[in-house]
Design a protein around this ligand. Structure first.
Ligand SMILES: Cc1ncc(COP(=O)(O)O)c(C=O)c1O
Length: 378
């Protein structure tokens, strides 16, 4: 048997259309959007624009031109934080952030930005009233993940978005664990900036992601360079997305991302979520009650994504992952998952945990076999 249960890191496999789109782009299109002025360039630009439009549809973004491509969610988060925050500003975040949010915030803190991390409960639950209580006159931004990559916990972004809007504060959401896997409506949730990876729930390849920026919001540039058009001025263009896209983009990756987003739109996020949550429930059911085993996620399935992190008394998570990989060919991820803050909150900072993250292409059989294999080594 074999099973890939590390979809929270990067989804695999991809829909067949993603492989085809990238192969087609590499062989038949080849050019770079915005660079050329020939038919191949026009085709590449059309693909990039259709990708922005598909993403805007998926996220209910007000304007597809606000979608700027990046290499991953980390770049998008850095672009947003460093483009907005100045010394003297205050930013509110949560206590379960990934290092993609935490480390740039800590870097900004060293440059004079004040950071408050609102404590989450042990299972990751966040009380919006505590976010509101942390607001100061200098609070410029609330920045938090939509769902934890360690606990699976979904944060109440609609409630936080509403209070951010009421108090005139910008709202950045890290949708690394929810883009494509859980409904996101930037307008209904009052999200001003949405950072997303292309390579997880959107089924794109590595090296894809982006930042969706609400129209009217101007970010300082974090990287400057060629923008293809508007080349004469010494500064980056004002208009999005060019302002945030210096240098040649991952055009073949974007072609793959378009196929991935179209797949998500065709299947529907609700259907994807339902399948993933059925697999998650099966796994939890099979593991619950095992002596010494603790499941870190919230009990209520409505409050979590398809992430099941566990600790087992007397076992080091990395060793369990190694046996699963080498004996059973089951891919999981053990350790701190780039999110020591989440492990600190869960009380698992010392050894981390073992994470199973099923995806849309996993089957119930794979989950049954994984549970049996895992229980056989305990
Ligand atoms: C919650 C969260 N934020 C950010 C990231 C970073 O994403 P990327 O690897 O695309 O930069 C991840 C990746 O695991 C994540 O889970």
């Amino acid at each position: 048997m074999s099973a890939y249960l590390d979809n929270a890191a990067t989804s695999w496999p991809k829909p067949e259309t993603v492989y085809q789109a990238m192969d087609h782009f590499m062989r038949e299109v080849g050019a770079t959007p915005g660079r050329g002025g020939h038919r191949r360039e026009e085709e590449a630009a059309r693909i990039a624009d259709e990708t922005r439009a598909a993403l805007a549809e998926l996220f209910h973004a007000p304007d597809s031109q606000g979608v700027a491509f990046t290499m991953n969610a980390t770049q998008a988060i850095n672009m947003a934080l460093k483009g907005l925050l100045k010394p003297g500003d205050h930013v509110i975040t949560s206590s379960i952030e990934h290092n993609a949010m935490w480390r740039p915030l800590k870097a900004l803190e060293r440059r004079g930005v004040a950071v408050t991390a609102v404590p989450c409960a042990r299972d990751g639950a966040l009380n919006p009233a505590e976010v509101e209580a942390a607001i100061r006159p200098s609070t410029r931004l609330i920045a938090m993940l939509h769902a934890s990559n360690v606990l699976g916990t979904i944060l109440p972004v609609a409630e936080v978005g509403a209070l951010a809007r009421r108090r005139g504060i910008l709202f950045l959401v890290d949708a690394a664990q929810t883009a494509g896997a859980y409904p996101i409506d930037m307008q209904a949730m009052n999200i001003d900036l949405l950072a997303f990876p292309g390579h997880k729930g959107l089924f794109g390849p590595h090296g894809t992601g982006g930042l969706v920026v609400r129209p009217g919001l101007t970010l300082e540039t974090w990287i400057e360079g060629g923008s293809g058009t508007e080349s004469a001025p010494e500064t980056m263009p004002e208009a999005l997305p060019l302002r945030l896209e210096a240098g040649t983009q991952n055009a073949a990756g974007i072609a793959g991302l378009l196929a991935g987003v179209r797949f998500v739109l065709e299947q529907g996020v609700e259907r994807i979520r339902q399948h993933e949550m059925e697999l998650t429930a099966l796994l939890i059911e099979a593991l619950r009650g095992t002596p010494g085993l603790t499941i870190l996620s919230p009990d209520d399935p409505a409050q979590r994504t398809a992430v099941v992190s566990v600790t087992v008394a007397g076992y080091v998570p990395e060793q369990l992952a190694d046996v699963l990989d080498q004996v059973f060919d089951i891919a999981t991820r053990a350790g701190l998952h780039c999110a020591p803050q989440a492990h600190r909150t869960a009380g698992t900072l010392e050894n981390g945990a073992l994470r199973f993250s099923p995806g849309y292409f996993n089957t119930a059989d794979e989950i049954h076999e994984t549970a049996a294999a895992f229980l056989s080594i305990l």
